[in-house]
Design a binder for this molecule. Structure first.
Ligand code: SAM
Length: 237
């Protein structure tokens, strides 16, 4: 498990959490709608275990989990500062018992699977798109092995709209996104955001996830799609 990755360029963007928090606060990535759409997929009246891959500060997921009965939460992220933020947020809730692991999500799952550790739910918000296509396939396979029977993987992420090339995503859709940031971020911050997205974002067509689900043995359902973002559920068959 490599802990020095936070010094890499990809993670230095998230090291400065104020910038990402501003983006979330003005709802530029539709956190409100996308997280609302997955609220009922988590059990309300029974205790459950949940692993959050690329949890960041756990800000939005905490709003959902705070309404549930009892959650044993494991936050996984490569960024130490993200996990420190998350601890501050989740410690405020008596019904959530948090644990944290600072590592990359694939290493975490490989380790969990080798130990026979399983979760009722696995969640990831806006983090899987940083992986290559082959790593996404490895990730979904590991997730299927790390879920209890009837377990669910809930994914919120970016995607390429059908019949459009990658250039449409980065030129057209992202230009709407940068326009939404204009009143809240400086030009320098928007440029850093643009550089981060163009270097480290690898969106897929939804068909990619559909095909992978069939191969692995997941039932795949999309809850919400908005301008290149989607929320979905992968349930073990
Ligand atoms: C855009 S933030 C998402 C935070 C939060 N989940 C949300 O929905 O707003 C992406 C997070 O994923 C983390 N991350 C990116 N790639 C990762 C990987 N391979 N393994 C673990 N964490 C990763 C980053 O450090 C960052 O905290």
């Amino acid at each position: 498990m490599s802990l020095d990755k936070e010094s890499n360029a990809e993670f230095s963007y998230f090291k400065e959490w104020n910038l990402y928090h501003t983006i979330v606060k003005i709802n530029a990535m539709f956190h409100r709608e996308l997280y609302d759409s997955i609220r009922d997929t988590f059990p309300r009246d029974t205790a459950f275990t949940l692993c959050d891959l690329g949890c960041g500060s756990s800000d939005y997921i905490s709003k959902i989990l705070s309404t549930k009965k009892c959650v044993h939460y494991t936050g996984v992220d490569m960024s130490q500062s993200a996990l420190e933020y998350s601890a501050k947020i989740l410690n405020a809730y008596k019904n959530i018992t948090p644990a944290y692991v600072q590592t990359d999500m694939i290493s975490f799952l490989k380790c969990a699977v080798s130990k026979g550790q399983k979760f009722d739910m696995i969640f990831s918000g806006f983090a899987v798109h940083h992986l290559s296509s082959s790593d996404k396939e490895t990730l979904l396979t590991l997730i299927s092995q790390a879920l209890n029977p009837q377990g669910r993987f809930i994914l919120i992420d970016i995607f390429l709209p059908e019949r459009h090339l990658k250039s449409y995503y980065f030129d057209t859709l992202m230009s709407y996104y940068y326009a939404r940031l204009k009143d809240s971020l400086s030009q320098e911050e928007i440029d850093a955001t643009k550089h981060h997205n163009e270097t480290f974002d690898f969106p897929e067509y939804l068909e990619f996830y559909e095909t992978l689900s069939q191969k692995i043995g997941f039932q795949f359902k999309v809850f919400e799609r908005i301008e290149g973002y989607f929320s979905s559920c992968f349930q073990l068959i």
